[in-house]
Design a protein around this ligand. Structure first.
Ligand SMILES: Nc1ncnc2c1ncn2[C@@H]1O[C@H](COP(=O)(O)OP(=O)(O)O)[C@@H](O)[C@H]1O
Ligand SMILES: [Mg+2]
Length: 372
């Protein structure tokens, strides 16, 4: 039995259904990341778990216990919000210990708890400061420390890093991951940042308009997106989604894509991800999904791949990005982004062979948006 269960969970505000029947589970010690565009219902879902919002229908269980009607204070959950409201007149130590004090925990035990989380979060040297004397990242750590002293059944985080600058966000991300590994806490974490989702989660749920689009490990979500929405949402730069058509060529089934800048169509074998059971018929429209890193220069083609196809294409733009170089061409009626070595010898205006790794390609039905 999963530790945290959401079963057919619905939430309506007036006539508007915000959560449309969410089914999600999380094992003890798991790290579930809810990801999706702004307004899709991530915070609402988190608030229903915390008990800050009532649910219209469905059930929430923690460790087998139905908590629908349980007061937030009785759910044994700690929540960290995007805006980490600290008490301005209290020191860091007092802020962290406040919850314990309210629950009548004795001073020596409080001090021990504060020391413990301060060490873990590396804020021991800040304990006597007031919040106004802290940076944004330090404040966020204090807010987290306050939650951590609780040792609750479940931690809920609602975009805790979104107010921080890029560098700090990356540092804190690592810190949270370390924390999870060290404590084995059960965490539900909301973000609209797909990289944060990929790096932190043991399990990702991608939401759109109050519905779960896909649940899976980061690897599954990234490599086998269930539909076009997930494919497009996860990954940066985004997956190339190219118009293709099923065709017969010399007795085998192939995918035909329009070549940019004129010339004969591109013919590619059907990617291995398309199961043998999926009958493709000649003339059928498809969307070929292939990530930038699966289109490389010739020398960087994955030696382990069973399906590299070379396609000569015209280089429109070359964008050096330090560790790699992004190269833009056209295929399937769209701009295609390839990710090449930083020292690949490529210049705009050339026609060069692009290596398509079809082991990493997926195919979607444009009518339903679903992966085939
Ligand atoms: N108290 C409320 N009353 C009415 N609508 C709300 C309320 N809270 C949130 N909403 C609506 O619910 C939708 C989901 O909001 P929210 O859960 O905050 O999204 P997210 O956190 O994914 O950005 C939004 O369209 C928002 O306007
Ligand atoms: Mg939100």
């Amino acid at each position: 039995m999963a530790f945290l269960e959401m079963i057919g969970l619905k939430k309506r505000y007036g006539n508007v259904e915000i959560l449309k029947g969410i089914d999600l589970t999380l094992d003890k010690g798991g790290f579930l990341v809810l990801v999706g565009p702004s307004g899709c219902g991530k915070s609402t879902l988190l608030n229903t778990i915390a008990g800050l919002e009532t649910i219209t229908d469905g059930e929430i269980r923690i460790d087998g216990e139905r908590v629908n009607d349980l007061h937030p204070s009785k759910r044994d959950i700690a929540m960290v919000f995007q805006s980490y409201a600290l008490y301005p007149n209290m020191t860091v130590a007092q802020n962290i210990a406040f919850g314990l004090e309210m629950r009548g925990v004795a001073k020596p035990e409080r001090d021990k708890a504060v020391d413990g989380v301060a060490k873990m979060l590396q804020i021991g040297h800040l304990l006597d400061r007031k919040p106004s004397q802290l940076s944004g990242g330090q404040r966020q750590r204090v807010a987290m420390g306050r939650a951590l002293t609780r040792n609750p059944r479940v931690f809920l985080f609602d975009e805790p890093l979104s107010n921080l600058d890029a560098k700090l966000r990356v540092d804190m991300r690592t810190e949270i991951k370390r924390l999870h590994q060290a404590t084995g806490a059960t965490i539900v974490y909301v973000t609209h940042d797909q990289i944060e989702a990929m790096t932190l989660a043991t399990k990702i749920a991608v939401l759109k308009d109050g519905e779960v689009q896909q649940v899976g490990t980061p690897h599954e979500i990234y490599n086998r997106p269930a539909n076009l929405f997930v494919a497009d949402f996860m990954g940066s730069p985004a997956m190339n989604l190219l118009k293709a058509q099923v065709a017969a060529d010399a007795g085998r089934t192939v995918l035909r894509l329009a070549r940019g800048h004129g010339g004969a169509d591109i013919l590619l074998p059907v990617p291995p991800s398309v199961g043998a059971g999926s009958a493709l018929s000649a003339g059928q429209d498809l969307i070929l999904g292939i990530r930038p890193e699966a289109i490389t220069d010739k020398d960087s083609a994955d030696k382990h791949s069973t399906a590299i196809e070379f396609v000569d294409a015209y280089v429109e733009v070359v964008e050096p990005a330090g560790s790699d170089t992004f190269v833009v061409t056209q295929a399937g009626g769209k701009e295609v982004i390839a990710r090449m070595r930083s020292d690949a010898d490529v210049r705009a205006g050339q026609t060069i062979p692009f290596a398509f790794n079809l082991d990493k390609a997926v195919v979607f039905d444009p009518a339903t948006g679903r992966r085939i």
